[in-house]
Design a binder for this molecule. Structure first.
Ligand code: SAM
Ligand code: SF4
Length: 433
């Protein structure tokens, strides 16, 4: 049996898709990159913005036409499955729709669909549901995510995540560390602890700072990262752990959303730009070379030109290493969806392109400033482009670096002298010795 999987959205979905793939492989499936050859097609979806939903719906339509021809089983998983269950099940060619707490029904539903051509819908909420941790993680790749919590208990007024993923639930730390060890034993060298708001982690008395330190102890000689941090819950103790531990990478993804306190309040983010500036200051003071990345939304309801200019000025001041930038997208059922969406679409687009322009200039300058440095790089892959062969690796601050070298270096840490930059990517050469 062969499966094909397509993933939309955040790292949480990438992690879940990895687990789905693991579950299928344990049940004698093998992966195919071609949906036309698959017996089981899975689409793991995202509801965070309307655009993400539209793209996934269009793709589900295309894949539905494929499965009608090939008689493969088509399953839709993830946040859209949870939010729009029955509506998606009506789509042509769709056989199974399951929400994130119901993945254990996938295999029985696949068998049932093949045997009787019947459909399955399961959007049951099961706060205790977790994928079983497999004991053999060999060949999972050099980079691996480890989920430390699911859901989110914040009330950001624009966000649909709490509605589709439920409240924040922290995974027991023993289970997290067990998965980290299995991944390291299987060859992973760059582990990222993930959750929507990792700083809210709490397993009995154990805080995120403590879990981070324990993860660092579990993998001496391997890299440890984490995402996403929330400025409201970010504590200086996490920055101290980063500063103390050699193997915790110098990267902090800290979504700002807006540079205007008035808009941050309407977004119910629970911090001010002053507090945000303080955290970034502590990071840059205590962790030399730290890369700070962020998320920004333009055109939130009530955002005046003055509020938007504050965001632009804050980006110029804080000089982010990179940013994901979005137009506000009203999500059904959220508090912001009932506010007057008063920034016209064309103006949202204009603000977005102005912000992207400013942010890119800042980020590209920060990359250019790394030229001349020698950086530790984990070699991730060898690529071919025409007759050219080159290696791609990742710095501790999460930038990709392209350089020449033998393929045997894949999986190793090397020192690379940075010769040039293009956008946020770096180009360099091996430093021997
Ligand atoms: N949990 C993370 C946090 O609080 O920073 C982010 C989670 S969300 C999946 C990723 C990003 O999508 C957010 O940081 C925000 O910038 C963006 N986003 C979420 N809802 C949005 C909406 N309704 N419209 C536009 N962007 C949105
Ligand atoms: Fe959404 Fe806010 Fe939770 Fe992030 S912290 S997932 S933006 S509600």
């Amino acid at each position: 049996m062969r499966y094909y999987i397509e993933t939309y959205g955040c790292q949480m979905n990438v992690y879940d898709s990895g687990k789905l793939a693991e579950m299928l492989k344990e049940n004698s499936f093998s992966e195919t990159p071609n949906p036309g050859e698959a017996d089981f097609i899975l689409v793991n979806t995202c509801s965070v913005r309307q655009h993400a939903e539209e793209r996934a719906l269009a793709r589900i339509g295309e894949l539905g036409r494929v499965t009608e021809k090939t008689k493969a089983v088509l399953a839709v998983c993830g946040c859209m499955a949870q939010r729009l269950g029955p509506e998606i099940l009506k789509k042509r060619g769709v056989d199974i729709v399951v929400g994130p707490d119901a993945y254990s029904v996938l295999l029985p539903a696949f068998e049932k669909s093949r045997a009787t051509d019947s459909k399955t819908l399961d959007t049951t909420r099961n706060p205790g549901f977790r994928f079983r941790v497999s004991s053999d993680r060999a060949g999972q790749g050099l980079r691996a995510f480890v989920g430390i919590m699911k859901g989110c208990s914040n009330t950001c007024s624009f966000c649909i995540v709490p509605a589709v993923r439920g409240p924040a639930i922290s995974r027991p730390h023993k289970e997290v560390l067990e998965e980290v060890r299995e991944l390291l034993d299987g060859g992973a060298r760059d582990i990222t602890l993930i959750g929507q708001n990792v700083n809210a982690y709490g397993d009995e008395e154990l805080s995120f700072a403590k879990l981070l330190a324990m993860t660092s102890d579990a993998g001496p000689g391997s890299r440890v990262r984490f995402t996403t941090s929330h400025p409201k819950d970010m504590s200086e103790s996490v920055i101290e752990v980063m500063a103390e531990r050699e193997n915790i990478c110098e990267h902090l993804h800290l979504p700002l959303q807006s540079g205007s306190n008035r808009i941050l309040e309407r977004m119910r983010r629970g911090y001010t730009t002053e507090r945000y500036r303080e955290i970034v200051g502590a990071g840059r003071d205590l962790v030399p070379g730290i890369s700070i990345t962020t998320d920004l939304i333009v055109g939130f309801p009530g955002e005046t030109l003055e509020d938007f200019k504050k965001t632009c000025a804050f980006v110029e001041e804080l000089r982010f290493d990179s940013a994901f930038m979005f137009k506000f997208s009203p999500r059904p059922g959220t508090e912001a969806a009932s506010m007057r969406d008063d920034v016209p679409t064309l103006e949202k687009e204009r603000r977005l392109s102005e912000l992207i322009h400013i942010e890119q200039r800042v980020s590209w300058d920060r990359s250019a400033a790394l030229v001349g440095e020698v950086m530790e790089v984990l070699v991730e892959t060898e690529k071919k482009k025409g007759v050219e062969r080159f290696l791609l690796g990742r710095t501790r601050c999460n930038r990709t670096v392209r350089f020449s070298g033998p393929g045997e270096l894949v999986g190793k840490f090397v020192n690379i002298g940075i010769d040039s930059s293009k956008g946020i990517s770096l180009f360099g050469s091996l430093v021997h010795g």
